[in-house]
Design a protein. Structure first.
Length: 286
């Protein structure tokens, strides 16, 4: 998914039936049908017509998932993700891999369809952590925060990973539980996070403080982070943007303008609207 995140899935569930009753094999008329000389069976034009399939149930639609482009083979996944799928039968592993790869390709532009792809993978392999992780990340991107929290909790139970904590904390924020988000932000494992992940948790923690009306605490939280890092990586951009935004919300507009400019100076990929925010503030302050 974004940043080629890893997925993991589980033992497959049985494929749902089509809803079509099996043919009885009896001809519609009482007489014995003529046969094809080669096969000894009924002539093709005299076989009993098949019943039309009924409408797909919701579970069947989820299992089917969105159409898979022929260009997606599943080999687009990182080697360690493909390795985790090898516990599945080969055909099943390929289908799950294709759904995960499709989700990864479209999560930024079409997160809802990406989420549907991960649900199709989960329907086939719900006991693999990489699949539950993928479903959680796609649900988060699509704005299904309760579902994202559930999937990431499941993944964490399976593999013990703590890398999901910033997303889980942000899901709690989105669901109106800022205090629970702060509890996750204070988890002992956060101290061992790599710098980028730690910055993401800092942003979530500051947001939770803001949700509770604690703007001074939010600013202090961000000021303890490496705002002045010389790195131009996205986590620095996001950290500075969060700080500028919190300054503005706290009524410190001149300081906010400075930090929006500092954000824009390193935002070469334009992942924020810092330039627009700076222009708006300049107009208001002039």
């Amino acid at each position: 998914m974004a940043e080629q995140r890893r997925r993991e899935g589980s033992a497959s569930r049985g494929k749902p039936t089509s809803g079509r009753k099996p043919s009885s094999g009896k001809p519609s008329s009482g007489r014995k049908p003529s046969t094809d000389r080669r096969s000894g069976g009924p002539r093709r034009d005299e076989r009993a017509p098949r019943r039309e399939q009924g409408p797909r149930t919701r579970d069947q639609e989820v299992y089917d998932g969105p159409p898979l482009p022929d260009s997606i083979t599943g080999k687009e996944l990182a080697p360690d993700v493909r390795a985790q799928l090898r516990s599945l039968p080969e055909k099943l592993a390929t289908r799950v891999a294709r759904h995960l790869a499709a989700a990864g390709e479209m999560i930024d532009d079409d997160p809802e369809t990406a989420y549907q792809h991960t649900l199709a993978a989960r329907a086939r392999a719900s006991r693999l952590a990489v699949v539950r992780e993928a479903a959680g990340e796609a649900a988060y991107a699509a704005g299904h925060y309760a579902e994202a929290l559930s999937e990431l909790r499941a993944a964490k139970r399976m593999n013990g990973a703590t890398a999901y904590l910033p997303i889980m904390a942000d899901c709690h924020r989105a669901l109106g539980n800022a205090k629970r988000a702060l509890e996750l932000a204070k988890s002992p494992s956060v101290a061992k996070f790599p710098t980028a992940a730690k910055a993401e948790m800092t942003i979530v923690e500051a947001g939770a403080r803001r949700d509770l009306g604690q703007f001074d605490a939010a600013l202090r939280t961000l000021e303890l982070a490496p705002l002045n890092s010389k790195s131009r990586e996205s986590w620095v951009v996001r950290l500075r943007y969060a700080y500028a935004d919190t300054l503005e919300q706290s009524g410190r507009e001149q300081d906010a303008l400075t930090w929006f400019h500092r954000t824009n100076a390193i935002d070469s990929e334009e992942i924020t609207d810092a330039a627009e925010r700076a222009a708006q503030l300049e107009s208001r302050l002039s």
